[in-house]
Design a protein around this ligand. Structure first.
Ligand code: GUN
Length: 282
């Protein structure tokens, strides 16, 4: 049977390490603070934001909450971001996505000071990652690297296949895997004969957004499978993009859903906030 990669435990370890770092920073008179902006009342976003604030509280990060009505104008949101950019005691700014349709997400993300871009979505952060300069890294792919490292799974020289090319997961994942010296292939909805490509993977990372799409036929014997998906199955149980019961017996290691990649995203957001505080002299 495969090793089940325990994202709940690994994310807890990271949060405990950060809690200690924040305690030490406080001893030096420095505090860490994150501004969390939510526009509207999208139910999933409300849950994410609540969980982010809870994680802040656990670690000792001050969270400044801005819950704005759906009717907020782009101008008003930009003004708030500019105000937060100028506050030396705010280390991170997080604008929960998706934004209401009347707002231009790219314009909003670009307004965030890259030094406070703890989501790693600003074009400057993405550009820095692509050429190996320091900068914030998108939290889900950064969390996947931590899952692999902390499970002692080597990446150097391995064939890594990624399904999905989103700006938030697939693309930054490919760049991070290159940084770890893996040989990387990015596949997507137009890829021909997908399973023949994925069967070459030593490490298969699935972020395609299709419930239980990846079956045993897509996986090489002994592969490591990382599932970024999050869905409800026919019995309303949480499941991923990978058909876990079918795939798990073939793997050397696999992430479950829930309890795999999911908890890592918030842990890495907290990591970015603490890193941001460490980079300022406030
Ligand atoms: N919406 C879904 N995932 C994310 C995320 O990682 N960050 C932000 N800001 N919004 C999201």
């Amino acid at each position: 049977m495969p090793t089940i990669i325990d994202g709940k435990k690994i994310s807890q370890d990271i949060k405990d390490e950060l809690r200690e770092q924040v305690r030490l920073l406080k001893e030096q008179g420095k505090k860490v603070s994150l501004a969390v902006i939510l526009v509207g009342e999208d139910p999933a976003s409300c849950v994410y934001v609540r969980n982010k604030k809870k994680a802040c509280e656990y670690i000792g990060i001050e969270s400044l909450s801005y819950e704005l009505p759906e009717t907020t104008t782009e101008e008003e949101l930009l003004t708030l971001i500019q105000e937060l950019n100028g506050k030396n005691d705010v280390n991170g700014i997080l604008v929960q996505l998706p934004l209401p349709k009347h707002m231009d997400e790219d314009k909003i993300i670009k307004a965030i000071d890259p030094a406070k871009d703890v989501d790693g979505f600003h074009p400057q952060s993405v550009g820095a990652l692509s050429i190996g300069l320091p900068g914030f890294v998108s939290c889900t792919p950064a969390g996947i690297i931590q899952l692999l490292k902390r499970s002692n799974i080597p990446m150097e020289g391995k064939n890594c296949v990624i399904i999905g090319r989103s700006n938030i997961v697939g693309k930054p994942m490919a760049l991070l895997m290159l940084r770890e010296n893996a040989t990387v292939t990015v596949t997507h909805s137009r890829t021909k004969d997908l399973s023949s490509v994925t069967r070459e993977a030593d490490i298969l990372i699935v972020a395609m957004g299709k419930r239980k799409f990846v079956t045993a036929d897509y996986v090489k014997d002994g592969a490591v499978v990382i599932d970024v998906g999050m869905h409800r199955d026919e019995n309303n149980k949480l499941c991923g993009d990978v058909d876990y019961d079918d795939v798990a017996p073939k793997c050397s290691a696999i992430t479950p859903v829930p309890g795999g990649v999911g908890p890592m995203t918030i842990a890495m957001l907290m990591y970015n906030c603490v890193a941001s505080a460490n980079m300022t002299n406030e």
